[in-house]
Structure formats: C-alpha cells, structure tokens
Design a protein around this ligand. Structure first.
Ligand code: 5GP
Length: 190
C-alpha cells in the first residue's frame, strides 16, 4: 500500500509559500526583460513543473506574446539511482521551428532528463532558441557528463535531499502543497 505523507511527516520546510512566490516574481521579471523584443513559447514539463509554470507565466509581462505547450517525460530510477533511461510519454502539440522556447522544469537532478529533452527532443526541431528555467537544482547530484548543462533561470540550488511540494511528488502525493519540504527519515522507513 502507498504511504501517504501528511503534515506530521514533515521534517522541515525548505522554502515557504512566501519565499517561493517572491522567487517566482523575480524570475518572471528577469524573463520579461530578456524577452522584451521576442515572443515566448513556454514548454512545461509535466507533471512536476505544473505549479511553477502556472505561477511563472502570471509574472511575465503582458507585453510579451506568450504561447504554451506541454510534454511529459519520465526518467526511470531504481530507488533514486539515475538509470539514464528517459521516456517521452506526451509530445508537444505544436511545432517549435523558429520559435523562442522557454523550457520550464521543476528540478534538475542527475541531468538525464534535461539533456535528453534539450539535445534529443527540442534542438533537432530547429527552434530559434531554447532557454531553460528550473525552480530547483541539485548541483551535487549532476552526473559528470552533464556538468555543462545550462540552466538559464534558476530558483534555488538545494542540497542532496528528496523534496516534495509545489508540484514535486511523493508517489503522486504532495504536489498540491504550496511550500517545499523534506520528509522525516522515519516516513521512508515505515
Ligand atoms: P534527473 O533526470 O535530472 O535525474 O531528474 C529530474 C526529475 O527527477 C525531475 O523532473 C523530478 O521529476 C525528479 N526528481 C529529482 N529530484 C527530485 C526530488 O527531490 N523530489 C521529487 N519529488 N522529484 C525529484
């Protein structure tokens, strides 16, 4: 049976709702400056980046024409170890040739998902540009071959811990939590 995390299982809140919203506003403001003479085609990587992307697009200037599309990718892991196998579960609806694409991700960990997404799925379709906006990054978890991967807009670098909330799940739960948290070690041992 799947254990369902509740408030009593929280070890600590890493980022509060207010801190998250402050960061999202900063990222939106920076993106608005950088794309002031362009259109933005936002590609949200579901399901984890859903909450972040929805907040972010509200903070991008209305003077910038913005369109949206979605992808679902899954990176199979064996008890948290990266396997390198990334599967495309839902492809884009619209073509991206000639467009200025902004990829919105929840978290970059080993880098397998981002590498496959950008280099195998997006660049071959000849967009005008591809930039990446990720809410979280775990630099210490990046595998060597992906150290060079660029995150153009980043919310926070975090330690090597499994986090939930603000779109990030524990077995599909916790995505609706408005903050980002680390669960107690005991929770995983139950
Ligand atoms: P990567 O391919 O970079 O190893 O992993 C990226 C994906 O792994 C993320 O999009 C996310 O779905 C998942 N992931 C990585 N770290 C965490 C974490 O701390 N918490 C949760 N809930 N998912 C994570």
């Amino acid at each position: 049976m799947v254990r369902i995390p509740t408030a009593k299982d929280i070890e600590r809140e890493l980022y509060t709702e207010a801190e998250i919203q402050q960061k999202v506003a900063e990222l939106g403001a920076q993106i608005s400056v950088d794309y002031s003479d362009k259109r933005i085609h936002v590609i949200t990587i579901l399901k984890g980046a859903d909450a972040f992307a929805n907040d972010l697009v509200h903070k991008i200037s209305l003077n910038i024409p913005l369109s949206r599309d979605y992808m679902i990718l899954s990176h199979f892991k064996d008890e948290f170890a990266p396997s390198g196998k990334v599967n495309l579960l839902l492809d884009l609806k619209y073509g991206i040739k000639g467009r200025d694409v902004l990829v919105v991700e929840d978290i970059v960990d080993s880098g397998h998902t981002l590498n496959y997404l950008v280099n195998s799925l997006l660049l071959p379709r000849e967009p005008n540009s591809v930039r990446v906006c990720s809410f979280l990054n775990k630099p210490t978890k990046r595998v060597k071959e992906f150290k060079h991967l660029k995150i153009d807009y980043l919310g926070f670098d975090i330690e090597d811990a499994f986090v939930v909330g603000y779109g990030l799940d524990y077995r599909q739960y916790c995505r609706n939590w408005p903050f980002i948290a680390v669960l107690k070690e005991e929770f995983y041992k139950k």
